[in-house]
Design a protein around this ligand. Structure first.
Ligand code: HEC
Length: 156
């Protein structure tokens, strides 16, 4: 009896394992050609620029100028940008957009996680953590570009 149960369970497991993955067309997402470029240009890059323009310091003629936000508004803008980055990682994983080969999913998940660490730094109003997590974010962008953006110029 126990053996029969086990066999039935095993067969059920096999059935589940063999069920075909849903076709992207059967899902409600509206995707199309050029989606990745559009996401990069209009969603990811502006958000990343907001973060990077708010971290670290620059040397000017007048000396070193720190870039981190000094107003509540400035910190909130970084929080928004970090959330945009984080959720964009999920947008990149939508079936039909995500290439099925290689580490695309890992890089996209990296964006979700790193965006959250930037958000936490901004919420804590911690400019050192913002600088550090902003650097990690840069590395995630570059890591994916090195593999998937063949004609990438020398920038993230
Ligand atoms: C999961 C992979 C992946 C990640 C992560 C990623 N990118 Fe991209 N990115 C691409 C690919 C692929 C292209 C080339 C798209 C094309 O031209 O079709 C691209 C292109 C771009 C472009 C050029 C878009 C244009 O106008 O032609 C910019 C800007 C860009 N990425 C910014 C970023 C920034 C900033 C980050 C990090 C915050 C980032 N990307 C993270 C895959 C990624």
């Amino acid at each position: 009896m126990r053996l029969v149960t086990a066999a039935v369970l095993f067969a059920a497991g096999l059935l589940t394992a063999c069920a075909p993955a849903p076709e992207p067309a059967a899902l409600p997402f509206k995707t199309g050609p050029g989606d990745i470029e559009y996401l990069m240009h209009y969603v990811l890059e502006p958000a990343a620029e907001t973060i990077w323009d708010s971290a670290g310091s620059v040397i000017t003629e007048d000396g070193e100028e720190t870039l981190h936000p000094t107003t509540e508004e400035g910190w909130i803008a970084v929080e928004h940008a970090a959330a945009v980055i984080s959720e964009s990682g999920n947008l990149l994983m939508i079936p039909g957009r995500a290439p099925t080969a290689g580490d695309w999913i890992e890089y996209s998940q990296g964006l979700v996680d790193t965006g959250k660490t930037v958000l936490a730094a901004a919420q804590a109003r911690d400019h050192e953590a913002l600088f550090e997590t902003g650097g990690h974010l840069y590395n995630v962008c570059v890591a994916c570009h090195q593999v998937y953006w063949r004609e990438a110029p020398q920038r993230p």
